[in-house]
Ligand binder design. Structure first.
Ligand SMILES: [Fe+2]
Ligand SMILES: [Fe+2]
Length: 301
């Protein structure tokens, strides 16, 4: 077996590691808008030579706003997916049922936490930043695909949060400590989710023919393409917001927009696609599936 994850041990780790919303951000706490919010490895705003330091930081904060909203969106479709997966097993393995319900409950808490950060952002940021949506429509579209494809996309998302936390460790001292704490606390619980989602994906793939798995991978590509369209639209919204804050049109807007779209691709897709654990699950299901996704990974780098 390529991993030693099981429901009982993962539930025990989850219960030990659990935190409360106020441990991360109290409702009355404000973000430090004199600092970056996102690690540079994700936001890539320090790499834009035509923007001055204030402008780079403002765009970094706008990228953080996207992060809060995007995770709000994805966690909202993870929740029904989990409940659908748990429901047929309610009378079977007690550890599985408890672990999956705890997983769902933690994701509901994460939605709550991202909303709390979003409210703090809105309180402190000078303009309203538009966001793609509505999240229910995005979630319904994603959930309309093969459950194995949805499970793989969710697994990719769970593992990518580790990459995001490690990025914030590398940028130590530069980014707002509250955002750093958000990435850290999120990863602490996601690391257990990733194990459970590995078990879910294994179960969904079991007994499928190579052709059926190939079809599910087509669906993974369809979901990635759909998400990518959203990221492209969001990059345009982000640049609208930056121009509104600066009170001027950016001469090289098209270049910046494309560069920020690429940063979003890495943050929300690529950083998960290349995670070793994600690749190991794919390899176990089908070497061909692993090769297909590895081939696409550079698009999202
Ligand atoms: Fe989460
Ligand atoms: Fe999660």
């Amino acid at each position: 077996m390529y991993h030693d994850f099981n429901y009982e041990a993962t539930l025990a780790s989850s219960l030990r590691a659990q935190w409360q919303l106020d441990d991360v951000l109290r409702e009355d706490q404000d973000l430090d808008f004199t600092r970056n919010f996102m690690p540079e490895s994700l936001a890539r705003t320090g790499a834009l030579p035509s923007l001055n330091a204030f402008e780079q930081r403002t765009l970094n904060q706008i990228a953080a706003h996207e992060y809060l909203c995007m995770f709000g969106v994805v966690e909202e479709f993870i929740l029904p997916f989990l409940l659908d997966h748990a429901r047929p097993h309610l009378l079977e393995d007690d550890w599985r049922v408890r672990a999956l319900l705890n997983f769902a409950s933690e994701e509901a808490k994460h939605i709550h936490l991202f909303k709390r950060f979003h409210a703090a952002f809105v309180r402190g940021f000078p303009v309203e930043v538009p966001m793609i949506g509505p999240s229910k429509a995005i979630g319904d579209k994603i959930l309309s695909h093969d459950p194995l494809a949805v499970g793989l996309v969710i697994l990719m998302i769970e593992w990518m949060t580790q990459q995001h936390y490690l990025g914030s460790v590398k940028d130590d001292g530069d980014i707002d400590p509250l955002f750093k704490s958000l990435l850290k606390h999120h990863w602490i619980e996601e690391s257990q989710h990733a194990k459970l989602d590995t078990l879910i994906v294994d179960a969904l793939a079991e007994g499928r023919s190579e052709a059926e798995i190939d079809k599910a991978i087509d669906d993974v590509f369809a979901i990635a393409e759909f998400l990518d369209g959203g990221l492209k639209a969001q990059a345009a919204f982000n640049l609208d917001a930056l121009e509104e804050v600066l009170g001027r049109k950016l001469e090289d807007r098209a270049e910046i927009e494309a560069q920020q779209h690429q940063a979003g691709r890495w943050t929300f897709i690529g950083s998960g696609l290349v995670h070793e654990r994600f690749k190991a699950t794919l390899q176990n299901i089908s070497p061909k599936a692993a090769a297909r996704l590895a081939e696409a990974a550079p698009i999202f780098a």
